[in-house]
Design a protein around this ligand. Structure first.
Ligand code: FES
Length: 552
């Protein structure tokens, strides 16, 4: 098998009989309203794929992992002249990806459920789905030409890796994201010191969870992929150059891995590089490589290509602010109506225009009301300020609210500084998806299975499933003998404080066990043993210790 790196999460896996392209993101105008651009630049790879598709007689496939625009580049798909290929997409509850592609003219469209297999002439493909409303993503397992590759891109199925390996055996090549991609702490109103502290922690815990995933997979080679993007808009360019943030470049992670997993080979690929899996050698190696030394010059020149584009956009971005404001209020009213758990949100949310201080809305979840109101900073709150023209892009249907959150063109603040999943859901989900999201929250809350954890401080019974999005804590790890860390998004729970979450007020309801309680097992416990003790634990749990609804 030969693997050509297309850039970002894009690869071309090629065997004697098959060509499988993953997540080709090649648009010249990046993604998320041109907030993100491919790093390193890969636009020339569009012609490479076009040629391959035009001239190769092999069976051809394109896989799109999820709807984020740095993975789903509709403009590129529409530009393909030869449609002699099969398209593979995940079948999510929210079917926006399928809806956008169902009339796409190609050989066949496979809309796959979790663990569904597609047979190739020389092997198979299998999709694994993470469909948890706030996150929607998939991973692809390729078994072809005698090799196996697991392309996890930015899918967070860390807690399923052991089962995936058990099902499929040895993985030759593993690729997944090592950098972050959220508006926290990127857009939050933090001091420089707070920003650095939070960013460092997020970066290091992400490094650690990816290292654990690599360790579990133990591939012949790991390829860093799926980020970070770069930021060429003059208003965002600083994100490329901050000393610490959640967008570390590959060399930093590779340095970390050298110490953490010295025996696992890592291959940093530039777009156009070709890796031969039999020898694990790069058979084509691009001469113009981006390194720590030349990166700033490279990015500066890259940004210069778009100076005129961003200047023109700025000039054209003036809008009828009054009408955008009215439409925003209507959209928020619809969101509020669809949010069955809204009353759990204690503090008001303010959404304000950064280009007109008069335009500010207060969403009071408790009283189910939305009023024009300027934030005076005197109460517990959540606040988002964004330019009216970017909000108009959402209201006009060019961006989803989630796309909008990834433009990083907003400022957020909150007091207290505590993550509230329901506010996050309200902000980044479409009105029609809020009901399904609330149902997912209720589903996670209703799961009652318990597991046993052993540390130097003793043994504890905890909830098996993470209150965030249901990550399986049987695959968690323990830090400092007291913090259970969920492998999916790395929330931590303090065993010595009743299992309380360090991120917010949720909990895994840790209960210390008496010394004379028989040792059943540790975190790697088999479920059969856990179930055996579950009833006793639940009976012993004082109802007063159970979290109140508003803490979840
Ligand atoms: S599922 Fe997100 S941190 Fe556990």
């Amino acid at each position: 098998m030969e693997i050509t790196f297309i850039g970002h999460a894009g690869f071309c896996f090629e065997t004697e009989k098959s060509i499988i392209i993953t997540d080709p993101w090649l648009s010249a105008f990046g993604a998320f309203d041109s907030a993100w651009f491919q790093f390193p630049q890969n636009h020339d790879m569009a012609a490479v794929i076009q040629n391959k598709f035009l001239h190769s007689k092999k069976n051809k496939y394109i896989y799109i992992s999820h709807e984020h625009k740095d993975h789903f580049d509709l403009d590129f798909l529409m530009s393909l002249q030869s449609r002699d290929f099969e398209l593979i997409i995940p079948n999510f509850r929210r079917n926006a990806l399928y809806a956008a592609l169902k009339s796409y003219d190609c050989k066949k469209i496979h809309c796959c459920s979790d663990a569904e297999v597609i047979t190739l002439s020389d092997g198979s493909l299998r999709l694994y789905l993470d469909d948890s409303e706030l996150n929607r993503d998939s991973a692809l397992l390729i078994n072809a030409g005698g090799f196996t590759a697991l392309n996890m891109n930015d899918c967070k199925l860390y807690d399923r890796l052991i089962a995936i390996l058990r099902e499929n055996g040895k993985i030759d090549v593993f690729t997944c994201q090592f950098s972050g991609a959220t508006w926290h702490p990127t857009c939050y109103d933090y001091s420089e010191e707070q920003y650095t502290t939070i960013s460092t922690k997020k970066m290091m815990t992400k490094f650690e969870s990816v290292a654990r995933a690599i360790h579990n997979v133990s591939p012949r080679v790991y390829i860093p992929s799926a980020g970070p993007a770069c930021f060429l808009d003059p208003d965002l360019f600083h994100l490329n150059t901050e000393p610490v943030n959640i967008f570390p470049f590959a060399p930093k992670f590779i340095e970390f891995l050298k110490k953490r997993l010295p025996k696992i080979p890592v291959c940093e690929m530039m777009p156009g590089d070709v890796l031969d899996l039999a020898s694990c050698e790069l058979t084509t190696k691009k001469s113009d490589r981006v390194t720590d030394e030349n990166r700033l010059t490279y990015l500066t020149q890259y940004a210069q290509q778009y100076e005129r584009y961003f200047a023109d956009r700025k000039a054209a971005s003036l809008r009828d602010i009054d009408s955008v404001f009215d439409r925003l209020r209507e959209q928020l009213q619809l969101k509020l109506k669809n949010m069955q758990l809204a009353k759990r949100i204690q503090s008001p949310l303010y959404i304000s225009f950064s280009d007109d201080a008069e335009k500010s809305l207060k969403i009071d979840f408790k009283s189910d009301s939305i009023e024009k109101s300027t934030f005076d900073g005197s109460e517990d709150h959540y606040q988002m300020m964004a330019p009216s023209w970017e909000i108009a892009r959402v209201l006009d249907g060019h961006l989803t609210w989630e796309d909008f959150s990834l433009t990083f063109r907003m400022k957020l603040s909150r007091a207290p500084d505590v993550y509230q999943p329901l506010v996050q859901g309200f902000l980044i989900l479409e009105p029609e998806d809020l009901d399904a999201y609330c149902n997912m929250v209720l589903r996670v809350e209703s799961r009652s299975e318990r597991i046993l954890v052993e540390t130097a401080h003793g043994r504890f019974a905890i909830d098996r499933y993470c209150p965030h999005q249901g990550g399986d804590l049987k695959c968690a790890w323990i830090e400092e003998e007291r913090y259970i860390t969920c492998p999916r998004h790395r929330w931590q729970f303090d065993l010595l404080n009743n299992g309380k979450c360090l991120t917010n007020n949720s909990s895994v309801n840790a209960m210390a066990l008496d010394e004379d309680t028989p040792v059943m097992a540790s975190l790697s416990v088999v479920p059969r043993l856990v179930r055996g003790i579950q009833k006793a634990f639940d009976a012993a749990l004082d109802p007063a210790d159970k979290p109140r609804d508003d803490e979840m």
